[in-house]
Write a protein of this length. Structure first.
Length: 339
């Protein structure tokens, strides 16, 4: 019997600040399940330049997101943590895959449709935005990942990755493992505090939308106190869109405390929304404390994160370079004598 662990890969873009939706929907799941998998987690900086970006901010955020991966609890003996652009194979495989990816497949991607609509005219939409999912496919296929822990909004990109892999395998011979979406066991979907009808987002101008992982206790409390609720005055889980605000607060509370829905509803029986907001806010403040403390320790030591990332890139490149070499060979590139 073999007990080889399944390979997983995922990544978060270093654009905007990470919030509790990213934490509960992704990061916490990675941490909770890290021992079960052979995991690769990257900071996908190359994806962050598909829309206009600020160079200084890209650099700072890349380190910040990597530090947050570790602060959240990823352990280096279970997970390889690295920066996408540090492993050159990603961009090279992306080019190879671009040449077997149909434009029709890319135009159909909802994320492309949404983002390109936001940027308006064709002249303001760069080719990188369209090709974004091909780079994502390269990220996944280079590591022969069997599972990709991502939210529902990324399912289409994983399906595209499979289509690209199938086309490559059929054309040039079996090379890539077909990945599957790994649905987090109870990965909570967190909505915006001021927009309970829409998922919590990183790109927003509103001060009351998202609770960021590095927010101070005061800011966190303020955001919860001003969270949108309703006028029903009832504290219970519900999928009624009109009760989405209260449901979201309860979902956040449940995700951080791991209590059952029934216990939570009993706890708030007869209480008002003010008490609910205070309790959820305090719970989030307390839950984030260890992560924030660890973040400050890790980043206080100048150079530590960069060193972790250098080791991560080295480990990642061992796997990625081998897959890339196979893909190059199958596609018929003349082997280079220059390494
Ligand atoms: N597109 C993903 C997102 O927006 C980020 C991403 C890039 C990713 N490459 C990946 C996720 C590879 C999983 C695997 O969330």
């Amino acid at each position: 019997m073999t007990n080889k662990k399944s390979r997983v890969l995922s990544g978060i873009q270093p654009s905007g600040d990470l919030h509790i939706g990213n934490y509960l929907g992704a990061l916490k799941q990675w941490v909770d399940h890290q021992k079960e998998f052979d995991a690769f987690y990257c900071v996908v900086d190359l994806h962050a330049i598909t829309v206009p970006h600020d160079p200084a901010e890209l650099c700072a955020k890349t380190r910040e997101v990597a530090a947050l991966y570790l602060a959240a609890g990823l352990e280096l003996e279970h997970a390889t943590v690295f920066v996408q652009s540090h492993v050159r194979a990603h961009t090279e495989l992306a080019w190879l895959l671009n040449c077997i990816t149909s434009l029709g497949w890319l135009y159909r991607m909802t994320q492309f449709k949404d983002k390109s609509a936001k940027y308006g005219a064709d002249d303001a939409i760069f080719a990188g935005l369209l090709n974004y999912p091909v780079l994502q496919a390269a990220d996944i296929l280079l590591y022969q990942a069997e599972f990709v822990p991502v939210g529902e909004d990324q399912r289409q990109h994983i399906e595209l990755t499979r289509d690209i892999a199938i086309r490559f395998n059929n054309t040039f011979g079996e090379t890539f493992t077909l990945p599957e979406v790994m649905n987090p066991p109870q990965g909570a979907k967190i909505m915006g505090l001021d927009t309970p009808g829409a998922k919590m987002s990183k790109s927003t101008d509103s001060q009351l939308h998202a609770v960021y992982l590095l927010d101070t206790p005061d800011v966190i409390m303020k955001k919860f106190k001003r969270a949108v609720t309703d006028s029903f005055g009832e504290i219970r889980f519900s999928d009624d869109p009109e009760r989405a605000g209260v449901n979201n607060l309860l979902t956040i509370y449940q995700a951080f405390t791991s209590k059952s829905k029934a216990d939570i509803e009993a706890e708030f029986e007869g209480k008002g929304y003010g008490a609910l907001k205070t309790q959820v806010g305090e719970t989030v403040v307390e839950s984030l404390k260890p992560l924030q403390q660890r973040y400050h320790e890790l980043t206080g030591d100048q150079g530590y994160i960069d060193q972790v990332l250098a080791q991560g890139a080295e480990k990642a490149a061992l796997v990625a370079d081998k897959t890339l070499a196979d893909a190059r060979e199958r596609m018929g590139f003349l082997p280079s004598k220059h390494t």
